[in-house]
Design a binder for this molecule. Structure first.
Ligand code: SF4
Length: 212
């Protein structure tokens, strides 16, 4: 049990360190822009409910760490990979300032300018053999903020290791932010309620199946 206990302690500590920030009404994460706006409300009201310690999450963390450290160790002429590139921008909505925060998994810098953004996704499967809409939107947010012209979504599943190139398109980050802070997209996608940790507490849940 030594490894599990250490791992649990680390995850708990990371969670505790983020708790204050997660309850701050003026902080919005990039992932908030691409998911149900009411999840953010419930996360702020019931912060402890979002703590998870599950194999799927640990596997995802390890895949991220492995790919990030492998790519950042490669030396290129005139370019380099950087992992966990921070995004931290301020926006104004109705006279209130909000800070948009996030981390792009991998960014390739060519001549010290962001050129390619990569988001890594792990899942059990990829049923339709195409990238998921909210992942594309998340990548677009990073590409737009960082000014990178190319993007890739890399999926790692037990059966597949596949990357999808994504064309950069201009997106309206201020509208996404407004929808989020005004809680106007609940949910953003119908399927979200089936996987939502707050669905039992949520008055807008579309998950009407009997829950055990
Ligand atoms: S149950 Fe659905 S509407 Fe409610 S917070 Fe979760 S995803 Fe959003």
């Amino acid at each position: 049990m030594v490894v599990l206990e250490e791992l649990y302690r680390i995850k708990q500590q990371e969670f505790t360190e983020k708790l204050k920030e997660q309850s701050d009404p003026h902080i919005v994460y990039v992932t908030d822009l691409t998911s149900c706006s009411h999840k953010r409300v419930l996360r702020r009201n019931y912060p402890l409910l979002s703590f998870r310690f599950e194999p799927q999450m640990i596997l995802g963390d390890l895949v991220h760490l492995g790919l990030e450290s492998t790519l950042t160790s490669i030396k290129h002429e005139g370019g380099r990979w950087v992992a966990e590139v921070e995004v931290n921008q301020e926006y104004e909505v109705e006279g209130e300032l909000y800070r948009l925060k996030g981390r792009a998994d991998l960014v390739y810098y060519k001549d010290e300018k962001p050129s390619v953004v990569v988001e890594i996704k792990t899942s059990r499967d990829l049923p339709e053999n195409k990238p998921l809409e909210h992942h594309i939107l998340q990548l677009q947010v990073y590409m737009n903020i960082l000014g990178a012209s190319r993007g890739f979504l890399v999926y790692v599943t037990p059966e597949r290791l596949v990357e999808f190139p994504i064309e950069k398109s201009s997106i309206d980050i201020e509208t996404l932010l407004r929808e989020t802070v005004e809680d106007a997209r609940r949910p953003r996608y119908e399927w979200e309620c089936r996987y939502c940790p707050y669905s039992r507490l949520c008055p807008y849940s579309l998950n009407t199946r009997k829950q055990r």
